[in-house]
Design a protein around this ligand. Structure first.
Ligand code: TRP
Length: 364
């Protein structure tokens, strides 16, 4: 009896040792993986309601990227105040944007999702970078020129140094890749210049970020003027399918969408309205355009529009429901965002500390 017990004990110890060893190996591998995962950072302004075009473009990309990269996603409220904002609206939109991203599949347990103003290191680094940026560099920015033309009554210094704050967003996290659309390429170029300048002046401090060219998804056009991109700021509310729209709103907007006097469901440059509805059906049903043409051959626009309306409503419903759940549970949403900011700060603080040391600030 005693003997057997001893043997059992020895085996048990051996087993346990093996288990400890295995756990350590696994942990090492995981850490290595973590280190090797490239870092992505992207920001979105909380400036408007999100629509189905965002879902198929930026948001889908963000969701996909979080599997392969270590992602930092931030809602840039500090950038938003470079143009006039209504305080209640800004607060609401910031939370709405966060809720919608989560509803669409951005997982706050995998990615770091946070509100920019929760992480003071962004403004702290931006100030330092401001002191390394020439006036000429900022005045050359196309977006500054466009925005100061559009808001000539409020051309403020924040608007002028907007790209410097964006550089701080990116450089704080030692970002490898930044998913950017065409309109942000110039800002990323400035970011790279500032990083190189600082590294050259002192010593290696910032990683030089590269653009991550987004795959262009299906382009969704306005339901009322199908030659224009669908936009959150369209004057005509019927032109845009918002992710917060009810089933009835979605269906009614689609049924009233502009088409043509023909009756053939076909992709064509001459049939922008119908092509756009086909695109929506393709997104909602994940069906090829050929199959869609076949399904609706000889059926006319009434049947087609009804089918698109139902499909898009079905597609948006789970997103809207999750979104409403989060908006009705603001405390939980705020907790998620606070946790995200804490995670972000850990990484941001490391970079800022290095920067402060290199420029000669007394260490605190
Ligand atoms: N300027 C970007 C835009 O208007 C938003 C943004 C702010 C951003 N900081 C960023 C994008 C950092 C990418 C990385 O779209």
């Amino acid at each position: 009896m005693n003997y057997r017990y001893n043997i059992f004990e020895i085996n048990y110890k051996k087993l346990n040792l093996q288990r400890i060893k295995l756990t350590k190996i696994r942990k090492d591998m995981e850490e290595k993986n973590q280190v090797e995962k490239k870092v992505i950072l992207s920001g979105i302004q909380p400036s408007g309601k999100l629509h189905i075009g965002h879902l198929t473009g930026a948001i889908k990309n963000w969701v996909k990227l979080q599997q392969e990269y270590e992602c930092f996603y931030t809602i840039v409220d500090l950038h938003a105040i470079t143009v006039k904002q209504n305080p209640a609206e800004l607060r609401r939109r910031t939370l709405e944007t966060a809720a919608l991203f989560i509803a669409c599949g951005v997982n706050p347990e995998i990615s770091t999702l946070f509100i920019q103003s929760f992480v003071p290191e962004h403004t702290q680094l931006a100030w330092v970078l401001n002191c390394f940026t020439g006036m000429g560099e900022c005045s050359r920015m196309t977006q500054f020129k466009d925005k100061s033309a559009a808001h000539s009554e409020n051309i403020n210094i924040g608007l002028f140094s907007y790209p410097v704050l964006m550089a701080a967003d990116i450089l704080l996290y030692q970002t490898d890749l930044v998913p950017v659309g065409e309109d942000q390429k110039q800002h990323l170029e400035l970011t790279r210049n500032l990083a190189q300048r600082f590294n050259f002046h002192y010593s290696d401090t910032f990683k030089i970020p590269e653009p991550y060219i987004e795959k262009v998804g299906a382009r969704v056009m306005s339901l009322q003027e199908p030659s224009k991109k669908m936009s959150k700021s369209d004057d005509n509310d019927k032109a845009t399918i918002f992710l917060s729209d009810t089933d009835e709103e979605i269906k009614s907007k689609i049924k009233r969408a502009v088409t043509d006097s023909d009756s053939v469901v076909k992709m064509s440059n001459e049939k922008m309205g119908i092509s756009n509805l086909m695109t929506l059906y393709h997104i909602a049903k994940n069906m090829s355009f050929d199959d869609i043409e076949k399904e609706f051959a000889g059926k006319g626009y009434g049947v087609f529009k009804s089918a698109v309306a139902d499909a898009v409503a079905d597609y948006i419903r789970p997103v809207r429901e999750k979104y409403l759940d989060l908006m009705n549970n603001k405390k939980y949403l705020e907790e998620l965002l606070t946790a995200g900011a804490e995670k972000a700060r850990k990484r941001a603080f490391k970079t800022l500390r290095k920067v402060y040391k290199k420029i000669g600030f007394v260490q605190f």
